[in-house]
Design a protein around this ligand. Structure first.
Ligand code: UDP
Length: 430
């Protein structure tokens, strides 16, 4: 068996009064219809990044509604995760594809992992490309398979996409964050568009008393008497941490005592993160107003909460982005955000809500400076952002979307024949 993530118990009724009532009511109705369904979620890492963040909250919560959800982690060595990171980058459009030996490594690990999956699930939800080949190489095991793609695959490297594409024909349904992310000649005919969401009751998003948040940040070395801007994200080229440093330096020409915190986690399936981390360190050594924190020195959920609550501005200067949970996390605390116009970020910050969208280092610097100089406007943007998140990006809405899809698959429409390419499917004709 693969490694099971232990999740504990969580209470769905605790969300009453926080998330919109109509969402909670619909979740309860759908869950009743799906009572007893067994669901397995598979992904590559139990920590680091938005996917594990969402699974940690959502999987436990859905178990409180009478379904039986499990979360398992596929196994892989360093070589496998190097290949899957290359595949991930290539699917997001990077020019480097996969070598023949990369493909062999991917296949060998997929076979090994597939052989560890038990029969008896009604649904198996596979997150992202790392475990995507499992149903094709290991058989369907009597389950309905759903591929949940969290990344932007709108313009994939053609060679990497041609490698992955045949494996996807084994699935019954796919979920994307945005319709634009669906890659060309996509072989799964049932597609659901669902954006991720944050858990307002997780330690990362609970309301943290200001005094406590200040003590936490002071303890780790941030000066609370000076202004602070922060980016929280994996150390990843798509998150553009060096662009953040460049933008910050421009702002600091106007506000010399401004601090920058870069808070980054290094994930098990992300060897590239270590190289970027070193680059960031090299670019910032000797500057005592720039703070770099990682999960390795114990900076975890509570610290992230404190940063998101107390920073004057949160930056998320992504160039490519799946969704960017950190944006909703910051807005939920009423903190204004300056973010790259990428992937799912604009749906979290529609015009005049939450902060300012930017397309370059220069725009990023200007926007940060503007918000620092206009605190009232910044505050009001943050407050509107919070309400937008409450309505659209809290965890019960994700449960609703999942349950709607499962309900359709079970009760309404017969499943599409497996292994049928979209081009050959009758519904694909114009
Ligand atoms: N995160 C964290 N510590 C860090 C960096 C990131 O806890 O040092 C969390 C962050 O709060 C968010 C998730 O990791 O919940 C990142 O999700 P997002 O969708 O923003 O990006 P992804 O990493 O999935 O590309």
């Amino acid at each position: 068996m693969l490694d099971l993530v232990d999740l504990g118990k969580r209470s769905f009724s605790a969300y009453r009064g926080i998330a919109p009532d109509e969402q909670l009511d619909e979740v309860l109705q759908l869950a009743e219809r799906l009572r007893g369904a067994r669901v397995l979620h598979l992904n590559a890492t139990p920590y680091g990044g938005g996917v594990s963040e969402s699974l940690r909250s959502g999987v436990a919560l859905i178990n409180d509604l009478g379904l039986v959800n499990e979360w398992q982690i596929i196994r892989g060595d360093q070589a496998f995760f190097q290949v899957t990171k290359r595949l991930h980058n290539a699917l997001q459009g990077a020019s480097q594809g996969l070598s023949e030996s990369d493909k062999a490594t991917y296949l060998a690990h997929s076979q090994l992992n597939a052989s560890q999956i038990a029969e008896g699930y009604d649904f198996i939800v596979v997150h992202d490309p790392q475990p995507a080949a499992l149903p094709m190489v290991g058989g369907l095991k009597g389950a309905r398979w759903v591929w949940r793609c969290h990344i932007d695959t709108s313009n994939p490297n053609p060679e990497a996409w041609e490698f992955l594409r045949p494996f996807l024909t084994a699935y019954d349904a796919a979920i994307f964050t945005l319709p634009e992310f669906i890659p060309p000649r996509f072989p799964i005919s049932r597609i659901s568009i669902q954006s991720p969401a944050i858990d307002p009751l997780s330690p990362k998003n609970l309301p943290l008393p200001v005094d406590l948040a200040r003590l936490i940040l002071e303890w780790i070395g941030v000066r609370m008497d000076l202004p602070l801007v922060t980016q929280i994200s994996r150390f990843d080229p798509w998150k553009d941490p060096l662009g953040v440093i460049a933008a910050y330096r421009r702002v600091r020409a106007h506000i010399p005592n401004l601090q920058l915190a870069l808070v980054g986690s290094l994930a098990m399936d992300d060897p590239e993160g270590w190289d970027i981390y070193r680059e960031i360190r090299d670019a910032t050594t000797g500057d005592n107003l720039i703070h770099i924190f990682t999960n390795l020195v114990g900076v975890g959920n509570i610290e992230v909460n404190a940063f998101q609550s107390l920073s004057n501005v949160i930056i998320q200067k992504s160039i490519r982005e799946g969704f960017g949970l950190v944006v909703s996390e910051a807005l939920w605390k009423g903190t204004p955000v300056v973010a790259g116009r990428a992937g799912g970020i604009p749906i979290q910050m529609p015009e005049g809500t939450g902060g300012i969208l930017v397309d370059s280092v220069e725009e990023c610097a200007e926007a940060v400076l503007h918000l620092l100089r206009h605190p009232k406007e910044a505050h009001s943007l943050g407050e509107q952002g919070r309400e937008h998140v409450r309505r659209h990006f809290l965890m019960p809405r994700v449960l609703r979307d999942y349950l709607r899809l499962m309900d359709k698959m079970v009760h309404e429409q017969p499943l599409a024949p497996r292994g049928l390419a979209l081009a050959e499917h009758p519904s694909a004709s114009p």
